[in-house]
Design a protein around this ligand. Sequence first.
Ligand SMILES: Nc1ncnc2c1ncn2[C@@H]1O[C@H](COP(=O)(O)OP(=O)(O)OP(=O)(O)O)[C@@H](O)[C@H]1O
Length: 280
Amino acid sequence: MSGWNCEGVTYRYPEADRPALRDLSVHIPADACTAVLGPNGSGKSTLLRILLGIHRPSAGEVTFGGRPVAAWGREAMAREVGVVPQGEEAAFPLSVRELVAMGRYPHLGAWRREGDADRRAVEEAMRRCDVSSLAARPVSTLSGGERQRARVARALAQEAPTLALDEPTAALDIAHEMAIFELLRDLGHGGRTVLLVTHNLNLAARYADHLILLADGQLAASGPPAQVLTRATVERVYGWPVEIAAHPGPGPDTGAPQVVALAGEQCVRMEHGAERVDAA
Ligand SMILES: Nc1ncnc2c1ncn2[C@@H]1O[C@H](COP(=O)(O)OP(=O)(O)OP(=O)(O)O)[C@@H](O)[C@H]1O
């Protein structure tokens, strides 16, 4: 499996007057954890949908595992990639266990009933996302963060070789957010391909092997965290003054770049991002 490859991809939503992605070329390596970063509206979710074949680019090529994404059937793609979309409402009432068990559908087909392997995968996914104690609760009664953990558990229960997650930790407290990032890193290092969209620059820098930073539908930078999260690049893309510190450790991520946002008065807004005004 060779991950995803995008060459010169442009995509415009039918109702939009400008493209959401413009001439974008990126590689998402297999067997690693990749985080897609960028300001609101920069095209992160659109990129995810292009990679999953939900949207077809108006120009450019997208391959997954060496084959054009358009050539993957819906079912084959669903078996290969566990997906956590950004926010979704359940169409009908489900318990947490039923929601997580939906991750097994690509294995069950139309007629096969849940077996021991399915039950084990569901229990293990619920345990790793800390929702076992919520198993019998209707999903509609969960808090935002609990629901988010149940959705990640559903993707995990699928045991797909690839995971694609759109802001999987957006509503999570610090402990659950750390646990999900550690889990995603371990899955990447354990031979899965993990792709996530996130606004958490600092956890992405610590736990992802590879970053893709988008700005206005184009690639601003990609590569290992220390190459992407430089002060000049972050200030240009986000239009806000920052310092870059090194994570103090201990742990394997000691030294990872950590973005510290400074006070806004140090930022003079310019047409193309921000310019720093340091105190004399
Ligand atoms: N269905 C749609 N129709 C028209 N324009 C859209 C549609 N969905 C997204 N867009 C536009 O495409 C651009 C990229 O949106 P996208 O959702 O990919 O951004 P994002 O980086 O994921 O943003 P966020 O961080 O806010 O979730 C934005 O300008 C957005 O307004």
